[in-house]
Design a protein around this ligand. Structure first.
Ligand SMILES: [Zn+2]
Length: 677
């Protein structure tokens, strides 16, 4: 090779340096693991949340903003059950309190039973047990003005040059799950509107697929849910919630008062949301005496026994009886009735509040599914009351029937098997009114996390949260997984992972950063601040940041808006003098703090502590904050200096809290290691 002048060589070299990488990048795209990592440290603000912040209804504190408002809808419902036709016929008066600063030009109604109509859109695999006519609205008026349910085409438009008459209210979409009433007179800001609605709906029976798709057993047991015309949610984020009801995703409702009269055959027991207002008229003296003893002990008391059947025995005498329930502040009303229900009751003791009744109604032949239901539900109410906030309602009822595994205010359609999970829903979405249609993780996901804690408490053991966060590394990268912030209403193959299973993994990682007790304390404060209100996911994220006194937006972004994982590993360990250098790599897009469990030889120089280490006997837990990754590096030099005591092993992420596809490369010397914390 011929030597050239050094200046020319340098010049040629720098030209090559410019040219070669350029031509390489043009021809060979690099993978994410090879380029500096871009870590997003804020959360995406959509137009909806941006508008709310501008309006002062929500803000970066994560608490309701100074201008926060929500609609209230108060219902008075009279409903009659005809077992022969399996039909409910009802009339209702709804007072809509428009607490928003805008006039309402329209009102949307939720008609969920239209999901039972033939060819109604459904998110697979939800299938109604039976196709019906859906919920048939037979009359409708707003503010005393009757709304034409079947307007003739063109009427009221001043056809033929005739002057148009006064504008009339109109309704559309009555055969879908979301109907729209266009009002002739808007509901003024801070004003109210009264709707009168007549309707009927047949309850579907038989073997459906998916929750709420079957609501009766022949003509002897009825479990109506989402059964009456409801006012859709109107909020500061998106205005009217016009999401169709497709099956899997549940609801997003207004809070309000319910006053409900349920007319059923004599002898049929009725249970439901709220408190029974007329026990003198519908119960026997014997049942009332037994009920009076429920709060005295943890015993399970029979209110109506297997052998007490029919009018005068199971209930007060009479051909038909009207059961009157009232609930002060709830976001829905569900009930059940059967020709022969056995009714048992016990109590739960709510801290700071005292005992409340737990009611259980079940078919006599299914008593074995309820033997533990009382104690399990009592434990749930008492445990979750201490964990988050005292149980806010005056009772809780378990209802037996074909539509099992579903929750409503003060009502769970469940036997003992799902009692803990369904009882947990009384905190979300019954108390904290999240938008379950879009963001199922904000209640199903929290619920799953709570069940881990409650289950451990019931067994008298510590909850196992180690390992959960790491598990997500197995799922990350699956193209079928939607990020948790994606609207969950349309279901999909990973609906249950998105809404149920991922949240405990996320909260496991959060606990690995700030401590599980701090996570739980912060969520408890969040629950109290948002009780009977409607937090958005952003409110949750910002509230947690403030409660935990850390900017965790990098964490929320990665977990809620992406499907990324950490994929950490120990690349190399070298020792020189007293210093041991550990090269830690993260190949995924999600960053995490660097946490190392360092174990020492039994003897040697004294272990001198490092400022970022907790020394416990012959081992130390050493932590570097997530910030070490914010400059985009993928390899971090963790320098250990404990004064020269020989290090025998090092484990990265010893509590297994950070999503990692392959944890076997987290140890030095290499090999498997248990999640020890
Ligand atoms: Zn659930």
């Amino acid at each position: 090779m011929r030597r050239s002048h050094p200046l020319i060589a340098a010049l040629v070299g720098s030209i090559l340096l410019i040219l070669i990488p350029f031509s390489l990048t043009a021809q060979t795209p690099q993978t994410g693991a090879e380029v500096p990592r871009a870590i997003r440290r804020d959360v995406p603000m959509t137009n909806a949340i941006r508008r709310a912040h501008e309006a002062g209804t929500r803000d970066l504190t994560g608490r309701p903003g100074p201008n926060y408002w929500q609609l209230q809808a108060d219902y008075t419902i009279n409903v009659r059950l005809d077992p022969a036709t399996q039909t409910l016929t009802g009339t209702e008066t709804v007072v809509v309190h428009n607490n928003s600063p805008q006039a309402l030009n329209d009102i949307y109604l939720r008609l969920d039973h239209n999901i039972f109509r033939a060819r109604a859109p459904l998110a697979a695999p939800w299938t109604p047990a039976e196709n019906t006519d859906g919920i048939v609205v037979t009359s409708l008026s707003v503010g005393g003005e009757a709304v034409d349910l079947a307007p003739a085409a063109g009427r009221g438009r001043g056809r033929g040059g005739a002057p148009a008459g006064p504008r009339r209210s109109s309704v559309s979409g009555l055969t879908t799950t979301v109907a729209r009433i266009v009002l002739s007179t808007p509901v003024a800001a801070k004003g109210r509107a009264t709707l009168e609605i007549g309707w009927r709906t047949k309850l579907p029976g038989g073997p459906g697929s998916g929750h709420r798709m079957t609501q009766r057993l022949e003509d002897s047991l009825f479990q109506p849910t989402q059964w009456y015309p409801r006012i859709a949610k109107y909020d500061d984020l998106r205005g009217w919630d016009t999401s169709p009801y497709l099956g899997p995703s549940e609801f997003y409702n207004n809070f309000g008062r319910f006053d409900v009269r349920i007319d059923v055959p004599g002898g049929w027991i009725v249970s439901g949301t709220g408190v029974l207002q007329n026990p003198q008229q519908v119960l026997t003296a014997r049942a009332r005496e037994r009920l009076a003893k429920v709060l005295d002990s943890d015993d399970v008391i029979t209110i109506v026994g297997d052998d007490e059947v029919g009018p005068g025995q199971a209930t007060a005498p009479g051909d038909r009886l009207v059961w009157h329930f009232a609930a002060d502040l709830v976001n829905d009303f569900a009930w059940a009735t059967a020709r022969k229900y056995t009714w048992k009751a016990t109590r739960a003791t709510v801290p700071g509040k005292g005992p409340i009744p737990i009611h259980m109604v079940h078919l006599p032949e299914r008593a074995n599914l309820f033997t533990n239901a009382g104690p399990v539900t009592r434990h749930a109410i008492e445990f979750y009351s201490k964990l988050w906030a005292p149980y806010p309602f005056p009772q809780l009822t378990l209802q037996d029937g074909p539509s099992a595994g579903m929750e409503y205010p003060m009502v769970i359609n469940s036997n003992q098997s799902a009692a803990d999970h369904e009882a947990a829903h009384q905190w979300w979405p019954m108390m904290v009114g999240t938008n379950e249609t879009w963001y199922g993780w904000m209640d199903e996901g929290f619920d799953q996390y709570m069940n881990i804690l409650s289950g451990a408490d019931a067994r008298g053991t510590a909850p196992v949260l180690n390992g959960l966060g790491q598990q997500y590394g197995q799922t990350s990268g699956n193209e079928a997984e939607p990020p948790m912030m994606w609207n969950a209403n349309f279901g999909g193959p990973m609906y249950s992972f998105q809404t149920y299973r991922k949240t405990p993994l996320m909260l496991s990682m959060l606990g690995g950063i700030v401590g599980d007790e701090n996570v739980q304390r912060a969520i408890s404060e969040y629950a109290k601040v948002w009780a009977f209100k409607h937090p958005s996911p952003w409110d949750y994220m910002f509230f947690m940041n403030n409660a935990l006194k850390q900017d965790l937006n990098w964490f929320w972004h990665a977990w809620l808006f992406t499907t990324d994982a950490v994929h950490g590993r120990i690349e190399r360990v070298t020792t020189a003098g007293t210093r041991t250098t550990v090269i830690v790599r993260q190949d995924g897009q999600m960053p995490s703090p660097v946490i190392l469990r360092v174990r020492f030889a039994d003897t040697g120089p004294a272990i001198t502590p490092m400022p970022n280490a907790k020394v416990e006997g012959n081992s130390a837990l050493v932590t570097w904050p997530v910030d070490v990754w914010f400059d985009g590096r993928r390899a971090f030099e963790a320098v250990l200096d404990f004064g020269g005591r020989t290090i025998t092993s090092i484990q990265l992420d010893p509590a297994c809290r950070f999503p990692d596809r392959d944890a076997s490369d987290n140890n030095w010397p290499s090999g498997p290691a248990a999640c020890t914390g």
